[in-house]
Design a binder for this molecule. Structure first.
Ligand SMILES: [Zn+2]
Ligand SMILES: [Zn+2]
Ligand SMILES: [Zn+2]
Length: 138
């Protein structure tokens, strides 16, 4: 767990437990579903269950350490927030690989959406689907 995340937990009055550390560690490189995180954490020495992993994630989302990414496939995936700036994802529909996509979309999209809907837009998420390089070559 990086220092900044530790600080946020401490300031919120939350303990830095090995389980919380492992949950964050499991998503340090790629967004993962609760089940995948649970699997990764249980491979280590820490005893855990799905409900505890879910509780840890809910806390991290509340503290804005983690965000949920939704590809509309009924499965929320979680990723670490503070190391990433705003970005999008590409999901391989064959193997499930997820790649970050940084686009220069800035505030333009949001301004356009705001104009069309009269909403005060506070954010957006945009995900891409396709077939990754590996799967294309398989
Ligand atoms: Zn693939
Ligand atoms: Zn990402
Ligand atoms: Zn964007």
């Amino acid at each position: 767990m990086d220092e900044n995340n530790k600080k946020i937990l401490k300031e919120g009055g939350y303990r830095i437990t090995p389980q919380r550390t492992q949950v964050l560690c499991a998503i340090s490189t790629n967004p993962q579903s609760v089940e995948e995180i649970y699997e990764t954490v249980s491979q280590g020495t820490i005893k855990t269950d799905l409900a505890s992993v879910y509780r840890a994630l809910t806390l991290f989302v509340k503290l804005k350490l983690v965000q949920a990414v939704n590809f509309g496939d009924g499965k929320d995936r979680y990723e670490i927030l503070n190391t990433h700036k705003h970005h999008h994802h590409a999901l391989c529909t064959r193997c499930g690989k997820i790649t970050d996509v940084e686009l220069q979309d800035g505030k333009k999209l949001e301004r356009e959406a705001s104009k069309k809907t009269n909403y005060r837009i506070t954010g957006h998420s945009l995900e891409f689907f396709g077939i990754c390089h590996n799967c294309c070559n398989a």
